[in-house]
Design a protein around this ligand. Structure first.
Ligand code: PRP
Ligand code: URA
Length: 218
C-alpha cells in the first residue's frame, strides 16, 4: 500500500500517511512538548516527508569505479535544487532537506501574517542568481489560510521559476482551496490535512503557533 495519499478534491495534494510520521506528529501537537523536542520532531518529520516529496528529482548517469569494476551510476542532475524556507518556522525544515539533498542551495523568504488581516506581509527575499531553471522546494510547517504559501509561490513565479513543490506539516482545507485556486500546478506534500481554521485563522486541532513553539518565543 502506498504511503502517499492523493486527495480526490485536491488532485495535487499529497498526504504522507506513515505510522512513523503519525506518531511524531502526535508528539508535535502536544502542548507540553518543549521547543527542543519540537525542533527535533519537525526535523524528523521533514526527513520522512522529504523522501516522498523528492521522488521526481532528475538524475544523471556517470561512470564510477567500485572496488570490483566500473559501472554507470546515478547522481542528482544539475542544476542543484533550491530550498526556500518561509521565515521563521520554515527554517526548522531546512537541515533535513539539506541532508537529503546536500548539493541544494538555500534561498529565504520572510513573511509574517498580520494578526488582524491574516494577510502575509513580506520583509525579505533572496534566491540564488540564475535559479529560474532550478526546482524549488518551499518549506513551512503550517498552511493555514494559505496566504503565505500563495505569496511565496507567486514571488518565485515573478522571478521566472517554473518548477516548485511545497512541503508543510499541517494543512487546513480552507488554505488548500485558496492555494489551488491560485496555483493548481504546484504540488503540496503534507503530513496531515487538519479539520479547519478557527475564528483567528489558527489550524485545529493544529499545534499552535509553529514559529513560537520552535524558537521558544511565546
Ligand atoms: C506562520 C506559519 C506560516 C503562516 C501560515 O507564520 O509559519 O508562514 O503563519 O499562515 P497562513 O497560511 O494563514 O498564511 P507567521 O506568519 O506566524 O510568522 P512566524 O513564522 O515568523 O511566526
Ligand atoms: N500559523 C501558525 O503557526 N499556526 C497556525 O495554526 C496558523 C498559522
Amino acid at each position: 500500500m502506498s504511503v502517499v495519499k492523493q486527495h480526490e478534491i485536491y488532485r495535487n495534494f499529497f498526504q504522507i500517511c506513515h505510522p512513523l510520521i503519525a506518531g511524531k506528529l502526535s508528539l508535535l501537537r502536544q502542548k507540553q512538548t518543549d521547543h527542543k523536542l519540537f525542533r527535533e520532531l519537525v526535523h524528523e518529520i521533514t526527513l520522512l516527508l522529504g523522501y516522498e516529496a523528492t521522488q521526481n528529482l532528475k538524475t544523471t548517469e556517470r561512470e564510477i569505479q567500485t572496488p570490483m569494476e566500473s559501472c554507470l551510476s546515478s547522481f542528482l542532475a544539475d542544476p542543484a535544487p533550491v530550498i526556500l524556507p518561509i521565515l521563521r518556522a520554515g527554517i526548522g525544515m531546512v537541515d533535513a532537506l539539506l541532508s537529503l539533498m546536500p548539493s541544494a542551495k538555500v534561498g529565504h523568504i520572510g513573511l509574517f501574517r498580520n494578526e488582524q488581516t491574516l494577510q502575509p506581509e513580506g520583509y525579505y527575499f533572496k534566491i540564488p542568481e540564475d535559479s529560474d531553471q532550478c526546482h524549488f522546494y518551499i518549506c513551512d510547517p503550517m498552511l493555514a489560510t494559505g496566504g503565505s504559501a500563495v505569496r511565496a509561490v507567486s514571488t518565485l513565479k515573478e522571478h521566472r521559476v517554473k518548477s516548485i513543490t511545497f512541503l508543510c506539516i499541517l494543512a487546513a482545507p480552507e488554505g488548500l482551496k485558496a492555494f489551488f485556486q491560485e496555483h493548481p500546478d504546484v504540488p503540496i506534500f503534507s503530513a496531515s490535512l487538519d479539520r479547519c481554521l478557527n475564528e483567528n485563522g489558527y489550524i485545529c486541532p493544529g499545534l499552535g503557533d509553529a514559529g513560537d513553539r520552535m524558537f521558544g518565543t511565546w
